[in-house]
Structures are given as C-alpha cells and as structure tokens.
Design a protein around this ligand. Structure first.
Ligand SMILES: CC(C)(COP(=O)(O)OP(=O)(O)OC[C@H]1O[C@@H](n2cnc3c(N)ncnc32)[C@H](O)[C@@H]1OP(=O)(O)O)[C@@H](O)C(=O)NCCC(=O)NCCS
Length: 365
C-alpha cells in the first residue's frame, strides 16, 4: 500500500520525444509545466516561461550542446524537475542546470535533495567539475542579503540561496533582469538611435544591416565570429565559461533549430565596410505566441570597435524594427550582470526597468 505524502521521490530521466504533441512527449511537456508552475509561484510573474515546443529542437539536435533532464516522481505525479545543459567543446568542465520542485512538494526538501544528488552524479559521469545554476528572486524582495563577490548586486537570503549555500555552492555573480515597455511610445529609442548613428558616422566606415533569421548565407561565417565572442567578452565573474567554437555550419544548425521551435529572430548587425567584417550584433526573439514577452539575446561589439555607440545603434535599430515585425509583444526582457556598466548604461538610457534578480551559483568538485 502506498501512503500518500510519505513516498520517497523517484528520479527518472526524460526521453527525447519525436513530436511535441505525441504521447512520448508527456514527460517532456511535464518538465516545462513543473518549471512554469514553480516560477510563477516564486515570482508572482510569468514573463519567464519554459516552452516545450521551443525547447524540443535543441534536444533533437545536440551537435553543439548537450541537453538532458529528469523528473522527480512522488505520489504518482511529477513533483520536481531538473534540466542540464553543457557545452560540447573539447576540455569543457562546466554544466549548467535548473532545478525546481512544485510548491506543494517542497515541505521536507526530499524532492530537491533527490534531484541535486542526481545532478551531482550526472556531472561526475560526464566529467564536469563546475556545476552552475541561476536562482531567481523578485527585485523588491526584502530582508537579509548575500552580496555578489563582484561588489555589484546582491540576492535575498531565501530558500534557494540557503539551499545552494548549504550544498557547497558559492555565489559568483548577480544579474539584473529588466524589462522595456513596448506599448509606450518609443521616442527615447528614436532619439538614442539618432545619437548613435551620428557617433558611428563620425568614426570608421560602418554600415547597419538587419535580417530575420535564417542568417543570410554570405553572413553566416561572420555571424559565427561575433556570436562566439559572447562566450569570451561578456563578464562572467568567477563562473567558468568555455570559449565556444562557431562556424557557418553551426549558425545554420542553430537557425534550423530556432525555426523548428517556432521562434522568430530579428538581427541587427554592423558591418565594418573597409574589411567587410561584422563587428556588432543584437538579437530579439519570440516564440510562436507573439503576444508573449520578447527575449533580448546577445548584444555585442567587438573590442577593437567599442566606443562608437555601436551597441546603442544595433539595439535601437532592432527594437524599432521589432515593433513593426511583432507589434503584439508587450515587453522586452533582458539579463545583464550588475557589474556590466557599459551594457546597463545603454539599457537604462533606453528605459529598461529592473523586475527580477538572478544569482549565479557554482560548485566545484
Ligand atoms: C556593452 C557593449 C555592447 C557596449 O559597447 P559600445 O557600444 O562600443 O559602447 P559605447 O560606445 O556606448 O561606449 C561608451 C564608453 O564606454 C567604453 N566601453 C564600452 N564597452 C566597454 C567595456 N566592455 N568595458 C569598458 N569600457 C567599455 C567605451 O570605450 C566608451 O568609452 P569612451 O566614452 O571613453 O570612448 C560592449 O561593451 C560589449 O560588447 N560588451 C561585451 C558583451 C556584453 O557584455 N554584452 C551584454 C551581455 S548581457
């Protein structure tokens, strides 16, 4: 006889389904449901959601990144979820994960403990010594806080920070998640675009280009280069981050995964005309439901081309383009390290306002 509420959780791997609507996708869909229920409960917000249909192509084609997940079953239902992702580059030591339990399955911590044990076992099996996760907290959370070792930002001492601190993780960095209201007039974006155009025009010969994914074939190799710099040039504080290897074929695989997942991606880039090289980029994305929040992905200017407001240029140009492409999306959401002043300066000037806080934790074995 099973006594409800006392059964130990059982952790079971989630398989890769063929199609998102199939019976074999039940656990895969449950994974997203667990994360979404837990996130909504914790934050009282739903601007950050897992979407199983969007995720599936990255699971079916794991050429470039490893993906895996587990459900913790308790009392006949999925009560907690663990998702892992890791770079496949030679010598990579890190593994990033998300781990959450349903609100009504948290009382004794057994679900989270079981998933964490599984995570550590998987990391050991895969030879990954640096396991990393992001905890999410409301920006207005009060009480005691843990400061980022970077000196910028802090996270509240809540059940998540306590859980990771008690299990050998150290806070490495704090990120600010902010949003930009797309329903208000974008006059400020127009003004900043004009300033950035003037600054860029005063420097070397630059040309702004935009496209909607897939990446035009002639630009794939160049786009691969600027995307790869995101893994080396953005601030990661004490987090171990493998330098990603990108080429035109990887860009094409990524475009195909994004298409298969129903994502719309708008890209703004800057070409350095004398060399024909791309030196800056910005990406905005949204899933099949175009009324959802828009995600801001990478923004980057190559080091040797900084100081010409190219970051502002690609950002503003893409936001204004996006308003035409996806007028139904109400906000853009973005994450920036609290110590990333150059990027925060741009976002604050545009009118982004803080909504949640992310703590980056790492455990080294
Ligand atoms: C954020 C970023 C796009 C801004 O680049 P940019 O558009 O060239 O910046 P600006 O032209 O507005 O620069 C303003 C000033 O800050 C300086 N600056 C820009 N980025 C800087 C950086 N990462 N570190 C130190 N100084 C920087 C510029 O040299 C310039 O100085 P100046 O006024 O003395 O000439 C760029 O720093 C970058 O690509 N960073 C790495 C990627 C990244 O962090 N992306 C965001 C991840 S969330």
């Amino acid at each position: 006889m099973t006594v409800l509420g006392t059964e130990r959780p059982v952790v079971v791997p989630v398989g890769v389904p063929r199609h998102i609507d199939g019976d074999d996708a039940r656990d895969f869909r449950a994974l997203a449901d667990v994360f979404n229920t837990a996130l909504h409960h914790d934050l009282g917000l739903d601007h950050l959601r897992w979407d199983a249909a969007e995720m599936l192509p990255a699971w079916q084609d794991q050429t470039d990144r490893l993906q895996a997940a587990f459900l913790a079953w308790k009392d006949g239902r999925p009560a907690g979820a663990l998702a892992l992702t890791a770079p496949r580059e030679e010598g990579a030591t890190e593994l990033e994960f998300d781990l959450l339990a349903l609100p009504d399955a948290r009382r004794d911590g057994a679900v989270e403990d079981a998933l964490l044990q599984r995570l550590l076992a998987e990391a050991a099996r895969l030879g990954r010594t640096h396991v990393q996760t992001y905890t999410l907290h409301r920006a207005d959370a009060g009480g005691e806080r843990i400061g980022s070792p970077t000196g910028f930002g802090s996270v509240p001492v809540d059940r998540y920070s306590r859980f990771y601190r008690d299990h050998g993780f150290t806070l490495q960095q704090v990120e600010r998640n902010s949003i930009l209201d797309l329903t208000a007039p974008l006059d400020r974006v127009q003004e900043l675009l004009a300033t950035a155009e003037a600054a860029a025009a005063a420097g070397p010969h630059y040309r702004l280009r935009t496209w909607t994914s897939p990446t035009p074939a002639p630009w794939r190799a160049e786009f691969a280069h600027v995307i790869s710099r995101m893994s080396t040039d953005a601030p990661f504080a004490g987090l171990t981050m493998t330098e990603e290897t990108w080429d035109a074929a990887r860009v094409a695989r990524r475009d195909e995964r994004l298409r298969a997942g129903g994502l719309l991606v708008s890209v703004a880039v800057v070409e350095h005309v004398p060399t024909g090289r791309l030196v800056a980029y910005n990406e905005l994305t949204i899933g099949a439901d175009r009324t959802r929040p828009t995600n801001q992905w990478g923004t980057l200017v190559l080091r040797e081309h900084r100081g010409h407001r190219l970051g502002t240029l690609v950002k503003c140009a893409n936001i204004l383009r996006w308003r035409e492409l996806v007028p139904q999306s109400p906000v853009i959401t973005t994450f920036n390290a609290e110590e990333n002043r150059p990027m925060l300066d741009v976002n604050e000037a545009l009118g982004f306002t803080p909504l949640t806080v992310a703590g980056a934790w790492q455990r080294v074995s």
